[in-house]
Design a protein around this ligand. Structure first.
Ligand SMILES: CCCCCCCCCCCCC[C@H](O)CC(=O)SCCNC(=O)CCNC(=O)[C@H](O)C(C)(C)COP(=O)(O)OP(=O)(O)OC[C@H]1O[C@@H](n2cnc3c(N)ncnc32)[C@H](O)[C@@H]1OP(=O)(O)O
Ligand SMILES: NC(=O)c1ccc[n+]([C@@H]2O[C@H](COP(=O)([O-])OP(=O)(O)OC[C@H]3O[C@@H](n4cnc5c(N)ncnc54)[C@H](O)[C@@H]3O)[C@@H](O)[C@H]2O)c1
Length: 321
């Protein structure tokens, strides 16, 4: 039997419930200091960067040490671009910003160990439901109770990913945009089980890393991709019918609609493998929707290993950096 300022807690059940409430109410005041980003590719490296440059400790986890080294290098290059702009006339401050930010980044190939001290885990691995579920199931067993889990999925239902855990109240979608250091938006996806504390915490975190947040229910494509994917699909159909070239479609959308990139430039930028996974996931979910019929051009390019900018070729060819 234990005595607290609230009176007597008579049973182990009451004690456990009291502890649970403490965790929940503490989380409103909790600030996120230790972030783990799983996946050190295009998105993971960007997410880790914006957290690190805002003073948070970040561990990036990937399967492969080479990917991690590449991530650290790309963060360094991106931070240099930002430092140059922020501290144009002060090289000492620019250097300090760079070294302070880099000092906040740790690399790991051991996810179970990495999440030990985490407040927030952001997953940015391959766009496959079963792989994401398996990862979160493993992490759920070892992460601290208070740790909030988030997925950066482009297209998978957050509720289905969260199903693999026992912390649906501490689960959200945090959908970032590519390139993360430049794009200002963060979509925050609540599932019905997401607690108010968790939601408030991630909204605060979004602000702390300089993002403008918008909130959306767990609906296919959330806001941006619900509108963007049909547009991209129509562009590909236009190309496949032979109505216009990729170059002319891109030029038209940049000069005629004011987009910073045309649809094929954007597909190459996002990654054709990721785009293929998105379409396949939606085709499986909505088999009757003609929009998501297989895209022969995309399948061929991916089979040939032409995944876009990251491999040096997709719809266009790129100079290797
Ligand atoms: C066949 C396939 C069919 C299937 C179709 C369906 C597939 C589904 C596709 C949907 C995919 C969804 C993916 C995801 O879920 C959601 C997304 O992320 S969508 C992508 C959103 N992003 C965009 O739309 C990007 C649009 N592009 C731009 O905004 C710009 O082009 C750019 C990327 C910012 C680059 O700008 P440029 O002017 O061209 O180039 P610069 O190099 O001059 O850069 C400008 C400016 O930005 C700074 N900068 C650029 N990159 C970085 C970086 N990584 N780090 C730091 N800073 C960077 C640069 O320094 C410049 O700064 P300035 O000097 O101007 O101050
Ligand atoms: N590319 C984009 O423009 C974009 C934008 C928003 C969201 N997303 C989403 O972000 C996620 C990642 O996309 P990306 O473009 O960064 O992909 P990417 O291929 O560049 O990177 C994925 C990384 O995850 C690693 N990985 C795979 N399985 C892993 C595991 N079990 N544990 C640890 N690491 C693992 C891979 O080694 C790879 O480095 C996807 O869910 C994608 O839909 C992508």
């Amino acid at each position: 039997m234990a005595v607290t300022r609230m009176g007597l807690l008579r049973t182990p059940y009451m004690m456990a419930s009291f502890r649970r409430n403490l965790i929940t109410s503490n989380s409103t005041q909790m600030a996120i200091k230790n972030v783990v980003v799983i996946g050190g590719g295009l998105m993971g490296s960007g997410i880790a960067q914006v957290a690190a440059q805002n003073g948070q400790n970040v561990t990036i986890v990937d399967l492969d040490q080479k990917v991690l080294d590449k991530a650290k290098n790309s963060i360094n290059i991106s931070l240099q671009r930002i430092a140059k702009k922020l501290f144009k006339d002060d090289s000492v401050k620019a250097e300090k910003f760079l070294s302070d930010s880099m000092a906040h980044v740790t690399l790991s190939t051991n996810p179970e160990q990495a999440v030990n001290q985490s407040d927030l885990v952001v997953e940015a691995i391959v766009e496959k439901l079963n792989i994401k579920q398996k990862l979160f199931q493993t992490l759920d067993a070892v992460a601290p109770t208070h740790t909030v889990f988030a997925s950066n999925t482009s297209s998978l239902p957050i509720g289905e990913i969260a199903q693999s855990t026992n912390r649906k109240d501490r689960f959200v979608g945090l959908h970032f945009f590519n390139p993360v250091p430049v794009m200002k938006l963060l979509e925050v996806i609540r599932i019905p089980e997401t607690s108010d504390d968790t939601y408030n915490l991630v909204m605060e975190w979004g602000k702390s890393i300089g993002k403008q947040t918008v909130t959306c229910k767990d609906t296919p494509g959330f806001i941006v991709n619900r509108l963007l994917v049909p547009y991209m699909m129509e562009a590909v159909r236009l190309l496949e019918r032979g109505d216009a070239t990729a170059r002319d479609i891109d030029t038209a959308m940049k000069l005629g609609a004011g987009y910073p990139m045309g649809p094929f430039e954007l597909l190459d930028y996002v990654g054709l493998d990721t785009s293929k996974f998105i379409i396949e996931g939606w085709a499986e979910k909505f088999p009757e929707n003609p929009l998501f019929k297989p895209v022969p051009t995309l399948n061929r390019l991916v089979e040939e290993g032409k995944l876009g900018m990251k491999t040096g070729e997709g719809f266009y060819k790129y100079q290797k950096k």
